[in-house]
Design a protein around this ligand. Structure first.
Ligand code: PMV
Length: 322
């Protein structure tokens, strides 16, 4: 019997992952870049125990649904295979942020699971191996393993597709102010959404420019150039949502208040308040600004119609054993 605990932050992508070249291995159609979100975290404990008859999962204090247990067992199976063990495991996981907040909890969840499960099985995986393992549970989880500002490489093999830190969390005092617009569970989650990307006639065009946008975002991060980051982040965001809206069936994640934020942020920029926005597979809007402007951004977002509340996070560190 052996136990380990780990914690990881969720992340917000500046250059988005949407669509896979291999669904089974979760090899992404394109590379992506994100920032870990400090203060928000998933904490997970894994205990392998020969007396268990099956894997068990307790999520935020309640037994998880069968589909969630199966997804976790998929990662545990990979770990058991690597470690040469057969014991089932009890997994206990909780988020310190509301699960209905539209924050991508699968990114922090599978990063924490990869680290806790591998450690509990007696494996000492390096960062690349942990990132690859987390990727198998949720693509974006590969990016929650390294620290700070992180790039996940697209590749044709399992071995080559993992995430690396572009810059640590102390590199840039960027703040993500999240406008919470809906706390409802999204109708089509990203695991079901990725296979639809290729049904959009726009996906090929999105992919054709992805390398260039990745390079622009990487340079903007290294130079702490928020104007450049905002420009490429918003373009990339519009391209992903254009693909979503034109896939079959169509995925339309924006709600009227999302659009209100998308109109407001460029207007603020024109007035001299530098910020940029991006949305994941849901209606909530992430607004990135310098830390010095974050309080003003929060006040302004809070006044927009339909914004229920705001949450804020600066750049967070790597997944850690806890
Ligand atoms: O990791 P997944 O399968 O939940 O996909 C994440 C997809 C987006 O959040 C929309 C974009 C991204 O790169 O995080």
């Amino acid at each position: 019997m052996s136990t380990a605990s780990a914690s990881a932050h969720p992340n917000i992508a500046f250059i988005k992952y949407w669509g896979n070249r291999d669904h089974e291995l979760r090899l992404p159609a394109n590379g992506s870049i994100s920032m870990n979100l400090a203060g928000l975290e998933t904490r997970t404990t894994v205990r392998f125990d020969g007396a268990l008859a099956a894997d068990a999962l307790v999520l935020n204090g309640a037994p998880a649904a069968a589909a969630q247990v199966a997804r976790v067992s998929g990662i545990l199976d990979l770990v058991r295979g690597m470690a040469g063990i057969t014991e089932f495991a009890e997994v206990t996981s909780s988020n310190n942020f509301p699960s209905g907040s539209g924050i991508a909890s699968s990114s922090s969840a599978f990063a924490a699971l990869a680290l806790a499960a591998s450690a509990a099985a007696g494996l000492q995986l390096d960062e690349a191996a942990l990132s690859r393992l987390a990727r198998r549970g949720s693509g974006s989880a590969s990016r929650s393993v390294p620290a700070g500002f992180v790039e996940w490489r697209a590749a044709d093999t399992d071995e080559e597709s993992y995430a690396v830190s572009v810059a640590g969390e102390a590199h840039w005092d960027l703040v993500d102010t999240i406008a919470i617009i809906s706390e409802e569970h999204k109708a089509v989650g990203s695991t079901a959404g990725h296979p639809l990307a290729d049904s959009s006639p726009l996906q090929a065009a999105r992919l054709a420019g992805a390398e260039q946008r990745l390079a622009q975002a990487r340079t903007a991060i290294l130079q702490r150039d928020l104007a450049a980051l905002a420009a490429v982040m918003e373009l990339d965001n519009h391209l992903m949502h254009a693909v979503m809206m034109t896939s079959q069936p169509a995925l339309l994640y924006w709600q009227p208040p999302s659009l209100a934020v998308m109109h407001a942020v460029p207007a603020w920029r024109a007035e001299g308040l530098l910020a940029g926005y991006t949305l994941d597979a849901g209606p909530n809007v992430h607004v990135l600004s310098a830390a010095a402007d974050a309080a003003e951004v929060a006040v302004r977002l809070g006044k927009l119609p339909g914004v229920l509340r705001v949450m804020q996070a600066s750049a967070g560190g790597a997944a850690t054993l806890a």
